[in-house]
Design a protein around this ligand. Structure first.
Ligand code: URA
Length: 249
């Protein structure tokens, strides 16, 4: 076994999940942009008011929705949030307790880990769009039921149609299986690009499936973190985005 290589990979992976500086093209190290001191990115600078208004309309409908029983159990619906011009759209399973309390996606522990993944990619949360298959929390965070998915999915489909992301990152088995209409396991689906069909006459959107950050928290092994890291590197490469220097490998 090449111990040096193992140690190097471990350190790179630790940096991937704990944030780091980005190297500029000239080679000088620049501090990474912080969410609390945002400099508008290219995507934000071109924010499209029509897309934002359409997304707002979907969000309003979600807030009124009573199509399934979850509507009467929620504290807040969680329509999703982010950049209307996002090149990457993350899709999770459904809100948990923290998301239900705040009405925002991925704000609990799994969300904090997703924030780290986004930051490690050299991006900010406001560069991407974050949504879910279900817009309301299932009791005790149980798995989504088929009838709930059938009722709720049109909201996410419309969000995808409006945003037209270049890549969808499906977080976990429920998101990946639903969007790809398959029963395959996340282990079989992750790590490769699939095609999501947004409708007749629309080009398919590339979809990368990876582990849900909640799964990663429960199974925080070096191997699982490395797998998510590998999946995200493929996404960055596909988008011609730089792989932050310290996360290469
Ligand atoms: N898990 C999800 O799938 N979605 C959230 O918004 C939060 C946790």
């Amino acid at each position: 076994m090449d111990i040096d290589k193992v140690v190097r990979q471990h350190l790179e992976m630790e940096q991937f999940f704990s944030g780091f500086a980005l190297k500029s093209k000239a080679g000088a190290t620049e501090p990474q942009q912080q969410e609390d001191n945002p400099v508008p990115s290219e995507a934000e600078g071109m924010a499209d008011p029509e897309k934002a208004a359409e997304l707002e309309k979907v969000a309003e409908e979600v807030h009124q929705c009573r199509k399934c029983g979850l509507g009467s159990l929620r504290t807040n619906a969680v329509p999703g949030e982010g950049n209307p011009n996002a090149r990457i759209m993350f899709v999770g399973e459904g809100p948990g307790a923290d998301e239900d309390a705040q009405g925002r996606p991925f704000v609990g522990r799994a969300g904090q880990l997703l924030d780290k993944v986004i930051k490690a990619c050299g991006l900010k949360r406001s560069d991407v769009f974050i949504g879910n298959i279900l817009k309301c929390r299932p009791p005790e965070n149980r798995d989504p039921r088929a009838d709930e998915i059938i009722n709720c999915l049109p909201y996410l489909q419309r969000q995808i149609e409006i945003i037209e992301p270049e890549i969808i990152v499906a977080l976990g088995a429920h998101a990946a299986r639903t969007l790809l209409n398959t029963t395959k396991s996340i282990g079989q689906l992750r790590g490769q690009f699939h095609e999501y069909y947004a409708g007749l006459g629309r080009p398919p959107i590339k979809l990368m499936a990876t582990y849900h950050t909640a799964y990663l928290l429960r199974n925080y092994s070096q191997e699982n973190r490395r797998r998510v890291w590998e999946d995200m590197k493929k996404v960055l490469t596909e988008l011609d985005l730089p792989i932050p220097e310290q996360a290469k490998g």
